[in-house]
Design a protein. Sequence first.
Length: 170
Amino acid sequence: MQPRIGVPGDTPRFIAVFWPRLAIGFALAWLFTGCTVTQALKTTPGTDLSSLRPGTPQSQVEALLGAPIKELKTRGCVPYRTYFFVEGTKPNGTLALANAGLDVVTIGMWELVAAKSGSLENRPSAQVLAVTYDDRNQVIDVFPDFNTLPEIPADGRRASPPSQATAKQG
């Protein structure tokens, strides 16, 4: 009869045979999936909207933002176009702590789950902005807060200049 190697009842041999393999497996899994804690603490720059000012040509706007999603007119017949832009991310300590806790509780297996599902990630989000244009296709004003506005003003200009904090995220 041959000796049984690696059977749970044979604890010393089980540990000697399977523990190194298990440890190597965990190390490789962690190496290939990346660290979710580091990703949560990473800053991702968003689209820099600072170059979009009154007088900017439409071609320059579309070089930065791509083709418009929609082309509409205000009540005053001023044309405006909506575009997607990427809002940046800032380090998220709460998210990093959640990922670290899950890493500890699952002995690193959370990295495999998070890599496949993409859950608990600090991802940049796509937002919508509106740009009003004059008859020469130059920018009248930029509305990075388009989703929160009830409507674009009839003359295509906001009451006060846009703040740089809302114009550039990240």
